[in-house]
Design a protein around this ligand. Sequence first.
Ligand SMILES: Nc1ncnc2c1ncn2[C@@H]1O[C@H](COP(=O)(O)OP(=O)(O)OP(=O)(O)O)[C@@H](O)[C@H]1O
Length: 331
Amino acid sequence: MLWMPLHAKIHRTIRSRHLFERNQRLLIAVSGGQDSLCLIKLLLDLQSKWGWYLGIAHCDHRWRSDSEANAHHVENLAKTWGISFYLETANEPINSEATARDWRYQALCAIAQANNYQYIVTGHTASDRAETLLYNLIRGTGADGLQALTWQRSLTTGIMLVRPLLEITRSQTEQFCQEFKLPIWEDSTNQDLQYSRNRIRQEWIPYLRENFNPQVESALAQTAELLQAEVEYLEKAAQQLREEAMNMGHKEDSLSSLPSLRLNRRVLQKAPLALQRRVMRQVLQQRLTDAPSFEHIEKLTALIIAPNRSQTDPFPGGVIAQVEGDWICFK
Ligand SMILES: Nc1ncnc2c1ncn2[C@@H]1O[C@H](COP(=O)(O)OP(=O)(O)OP(=O)(O)O)[C@@H](O)[C@H]1O
């Protein structure tokens, strides 16, 4: 077998980041595009060293007219390689990117659960990470959005999503596919510039590459990597602070199943603004059905030093927060 630098790199990444152990069952999400083909070929070539059992899952969103042919194409590849193949087909065509993603992860989890896989593996690359970072930068998400795509994430109990290609760029996966003559299924919608994701990929990144930094994708992916560790650290610190601020403030509310909540202002006043904001966001995340907005978090954070009896406007769902001496109370 031809062993390329990419094989060695992925082998090292998997080992050093503890992405998988030996003899595990891995379900590989294969669209048929260059990234997931590169992924499955790399894992197949490493399979004997690690003793994995590999399966391929494909999701047919029925979005494109060639989607059924695409699914057959992936199925045939699985047959050629002698790997189990699982197909989920949407009941009706899904034509929005966000809905397609949600449905896809649900479908992949269902396949994994039914067939006893603990890992779902996708072909997201450093280029995807760079694009996600830029996309979230212009939406104003802060560090949490800029950490853009993590190596591992729990999807549901007992099932992890793992992305081993986060340090490999799209031009590397393309070159790898050419080298091994892997039959890439070209996704026609990737050319469609009505999707902001495609405009970032086809217009913004090339502009940055040509005018600012030839390695811009790796540079942005590296930024995401640094931010990931920082976000993790800050979230843990905020969680500890929240627990400290809630201490003794935790009393059962007889009218609701949620414990009524109060936060101690003296504890919060000693903390840096970065943690104050994170505590407030965590609290709101638990209380609101939608993700809390920047304004919601700022209003609540302002109560930490506001005069007694100050209060916020109602949050969606009607809850308000009010200062009662040393406490911020939620009603
Ligand atoms: N229809 C699908 N069926 C199975 N897995 C998918 C499907 N679409 C995407 N994935 C998985 O999600 C990853 C990221 O998907 P995304 O749509 O961002 O990229 P893509 O352009 O489809 O990537 P690729 O080059 O692998 O096709 C893919 O690498 C693949 O692992």
